[in-house]
Ligand binder design. Structure first.
Ligand SMILES: Nc1ncnc2c1ncn2[C@@H]1O[C@H](COP(=O)(O)OP(=O)(O)OP(=O)(O)O)[C@@H](O)[C@H]1O
Length: 323
């Protein structure tokens, strides 16, 4: 009898799937590497196969959060050549209910449910009650969303902020941006602020090619070249987060998501992040007062998907099987 919703947080590199009932709490989380599959349908089918026939029969709908714009009939990942049609996806799996949302939209819905153990503060500040929140951060790409309170309702605004053009404010940044421009043409935020972007910055500054995980491991061992690359990354990240905080008037707080934010967590407080975040004259005073937190939860996107899926589960009709 269908009474559960399949929820999925599908990034450019990896996907996290779970089931949810009317309580909105994700259960039976399974994580997949996208490289192992040809596309969305194959990955979801393999996930359902792993859960078994009995579990599959309980699934009556799905909420898919994808790293790309999700407001059209065709949804495509920004940083991977995967796409699906909403109508076709729903028909293919026989779901009664179906929704696709942007992955940072889902993440933003989950942020109010995060607790103190899920968050690490970067500097000080006090959240202004009722003011907008900003959620942004680097993974395969760079996601951006705003969370706005309208009476008792919470609304999420999202777009493709990772594709905004990236500028430079110092000679060293200008050198990095100029290198990137030679490689890729016009430079956008996620060319620098992403996992591959951290590797790219390290190659430009040090002449050595490393994966983002290896840059962070070398910085952890105290290697100065890797530390300099992390500092450059965090200075750019601080500036962009400050720009976005002004754009969204995010005096309710800034939340940094994405796998790279969590990986770099030990370095934020000794880095130029907070200074670059605040250095937006004449508005330093409001940014100094804006709290910033890194999201450390392992699957925060699923918390927001769970809330959307929990609401959807309440609308399922137990005896209806759509084929
Ligand atoms: N802890 C970490 N340390 C260093 N790099 C990381 C870490 N976690 C993820 N990355 C890098 O970030 C990228 C993947 O980010 P993430 O794990 O957030 O996946 P994703 O959800 O698929 O991404 P997105 O939602 O942006 O498309 C890869 O380039 C990976 O190497």
């Amino acid at each position: 009898m269908p009474h559960l919703i399949l929820i999925a947080d599908i990034g450019g590199t990896s996907s996290r799937l779970a089931l949810v009932g009317t309580d909105g709490a994700p259960r039976d989380i399974q994580i997949h590497r996208n490289n192992d599959f040809a596309g969305f349908k194959e990955m979801i089918a393999a996930d359902l196969d792993q859960r078994g026939d009995a579990a599959r029969a309980t699934v009556g709908g799905a909420v898919l959060a994808v790293a790309g714009p999700a407001d059209g009939e065709v949804v495509k990942l920004t940083n991977r050549d995967w796409s699906f049609s909403k109508r076709d996806m729903r028909r293919h799996f026989g779901w009664q209910k179906f929704a696709a949302v942007n992955d940072f939209e889902a993440l933003a819905h989950g942020v109010p449910a995060l607790g103190a153990p899920d968050l690490v503060a970067v500097g000080g500040g006090t959240a202004m009650p009722g003011a907008p929140l900003l959620i942004c951060g680097p993974g395969t790409g760079f996601g951006v969303a705003g969370l706005i309170s309208a009476g008792r309702q919470r609304l999420v605004v999202t777009g493709e902020g990772g594709r905004a053009r990236l500028g430079a404010t110092t000679a060293e940044e200008a050198r990095v941006v100029a290198h990137m421009q030679e490689e890729t043409g016009p430079v956008v935020v996620e060319h620098a602020l992403s996992g591959s972007g951290l590797g790219r910055i390290h190659t430009i500054l040090s002449g050595t090619a490393l994966s983002p995980e290896d840059v962070i491991a070398a910085a952890t061992r105290g290697e100065s070249a890797a530390r300099a690359s992390c500092d450059m990354f965090l200075r750019l990240f601080g500036r962009i987060a400050g720009d976005l905080a002004l754009i969204f008037n995010a005096r309710g707080g800034v939340f940094l998501g994405g796998g790279v934010s969590a990986g770099l967590a030990p370095f934020f407080n000794g880095s130029p992040f907070r200074e670059a975040f605040e250095e937006h004259p004449p508005h330093q005073p409001r940014l100094i007062e804006t709290p910033v937190h890194i999201i450390m939860h392992a699957t925060p996107g699923l918390i927001g998907c769970g809330q959307l899926g929990g609401r959807m589960a309440k609308t399922l009709r137990p005896n209806l099987h759509v084929v």
